[in-house]
Design a protein around this ligand. Sequence first.
Ligand code: TRP
Ligand code: ZN
Length: 878
Amino acid sequence: MRSDQGQPVRLSDYRVPDYLVDAVSLDIALHRTATRIRSTLRLRPNPAGVAGAPLHLDGDELAATALSLDGAPLDLALAAPDGLTIAAPPARAFTLEVETVVDPSANTQLMGLYRSGSAYCTQCEAEGFRRITYYPDRPDVLSVFTTRIEAELRDAPVLLGNGDPVEAGPVPGTDRHFAVWHDPHPKPCYLFAVVGGRLDALRDTFTTSEGRRVDLAVWVEPGKTGQAGYAMDALKRSMRWDEEVFGRAYDLGTFNVVAVSDFNMGAMENKGLNIFNDKYVLASPELATDADYAGIETVIAHEYFHNWTGNRITCRDWFQLSLKEGLTVFRDHEFSADQRSRAVKRIADVRALRARQFAEDAGPLAHSVRPDSYSAIDNFYTATVYEKGAEVVGMVRTLVGRDAFARGLQLYFERFDGTAATVEDFLGCFAEASGRDLAQFSRWYGQAGTPRVTVRTRRDAEARTLTLDLDQHTDPTPGQPEKWPFVIPISFGLVGPDGAARPVRTGERHGLSDAELAQGVIELDAPARTVRFEDVEPGTIPSLLRGFSAPVRLVTDAAEADLVTLMTHDSDPFNRWDAAQTVLSRLILDGVRGNAADPGRLREAFAAAVRTGASDPAFAAQVLALPGEGDLAREIGRDVDPDAVHAARERVRASLGVLLAAELRAVVAAGADAGPYAPDAAGAGRRAFRNAALSLLAAGDPALGAELAADQFDRADNMTDRFAALAVLSLIPGEAREGALDRFYARYRDEPLVVDKWFGLQASIPEGATVERVRRLMGHPAFSLAVPNRVYALLGAFGGNITQFNRRDGSGYRLVAEAVLALDGRNPQVAARMLGAFRSWRLMEPGRRALAETALKSIAAGPALSADVQEMASRSLR
Ligand code: TRP
Ligand code: ZN
């Protein structure tokens, strides 16, 4: 267990390190059960630290087998499992040598050095390096690493480290060989990595804008290089894009990506040696969906972009995590937007933000983008730190404008290169570049919760004015009873009743500043503000929060007819989509309240949306996807009956399916693409549109839907269409469904990433029998609590199944609680993540709430809990 168990770490307690490490030399002899690590640290007192302070090196389940200072042996007992302390080290530079032995085969936490399949690999972020050797395991200690790796040639013919290869060869007189890697860029130890094993490489080269030739390789399990091509292509596109858009070139002669099948998260940006969950590397048309391809592109880019935002400039402490993660997500969003459709990417990102981050912000796990205390930092790799963090960066750009944003970012790269920085350092660059004070804006980093912006519209036809009364309110979140007003940038435009854009004029009273008018952005920085547009034609409609310019919940009083005008005509595609979502959401919520929802009046508007699919199918697919059950539950806000939400949503889906049957049939009948599958944006958009049409059609006419889906399932030549068909079938109980599921498994049983889809889909079925099905699947020979991807596929998907996780009898809560306890002893990080399923339990009606609370308490009362699960359970119960 971790050394910091129990005691929370606080941002306000930050102190500079008392000792610095100038150089680290590691000599690692890989062995399946006893890997020996010799570490030589060149240490010196930090002039800014406390003179004469004891030297403390972190450890986690370690013991020293040798220990010396400047060549003189030290008592091995100084090295405890959780750390090594030397009371009075020299007041000058000195050398510490430590030898440790670890067992990678017994490492089930997948932190530190472990085995995945037949390979050795490491995961050191956030605090895994201390499970390999004693070290000041904190991101503000930067050092130059040289790594010698040695292994039996048969066991690990491939040996990879950070930086560039220096030397390699046989160890004379043995069956062993070695490789030496050197990374000239000083880095914190969380970016350290080694890999050893039997792996195949897909190789390529890249020449940077600075003329540096880089050897690229994507390493995969033997025989799988045929599935690495898209990842390599995405890597090269990322490298070029970062040069062109941000002026950032790669800085080593080698860049390796390694895919492993056992990994706690998506991927890791170790310097020059990124290690990936193979889910984000491997793809072929037969085995991966368009969404999988898009995920690979995004994650490859994300990890590559970390080379500058994360590695060259790292974080002073883990509270600054969003400094690298929020900024890097912002960068990967921009990249994907440039590679694909910007509008569709924005819609997909906002859908995910609402589903994951808004849910987090609205419940007991709410925390700010920069948290101020933690027990287990692994619990803060969250949608808030990542996705909301990216939104905050986007708001900086909206507020200071594109030019000042670009200048501020270049300033950041120049000024903080080679350092461990803070959020203040980052914001300071934009304040300097723009001349704007960002003090109030910085509340976005410190205050949790999603602000609600309410708009009241007043029209005076005679005076030709349109007045908006805007106010902002943020509900209390744990530990933050009172909220101060945020600076909320609201991008806007005016749309005439005919749908055409209208010029914007404001007067003296309630006017906008010149800057606001020039940018088309209302800055709401007070609790309330009134804005008056003048010389406005009657019937003019405000289009607010264009492009989702701030991560807020906008409550609009717009009439349905105005929303329909926006959804059909707004020049801002995001708001066209969002207007449709608002219309649908109102309709469904009306149904939840017991009013028969009749979307008949919306037929023409949605038929028109279907017609736009001819020119922009990817966008039309998004319009046809209804708001999620979780989003709807949050709109209701309290005492939610998830079955009622589900039923009302299904009624609207069915009605739309019936109303639009002719149009949808035509879309589906247009048939599969001619020619071979290609994972490009255009093809993916066509498939998404057809499959969205099929899904809606099946909601309206299950018999027809089952027939069409069964046909598509059998005939598809790619996983996207086959799996979409299976998803449609999965919602229609009966023999056809079970047969298709069986055939799918039989066909793909040797493809773990596809078997994950099979588990996930079944756990998502919104039917009473799903809890038993999931229990049954937990006993399936292909299921294992030891493989994170399997756990996420089955139990993660179940946790997102709103009606079944929140079953009225509590059996869904119990199932997840039992799984969390079963997982905790093996892999606390994964166990803690599964607990996230409970993030919205307080929204439920009292009966379910009581059952969820009981389940959470049963977790909290579990024996020998990890710090990770302990923290998540107690925060969930707040
Ligand atoms: N830094 C990684 C990323 O976002 C996140 C990560 C990968 C991670 N593996 C982890 C975080 C294990 C904590 C634990 O790109
Ligand atoms: Zn990241």
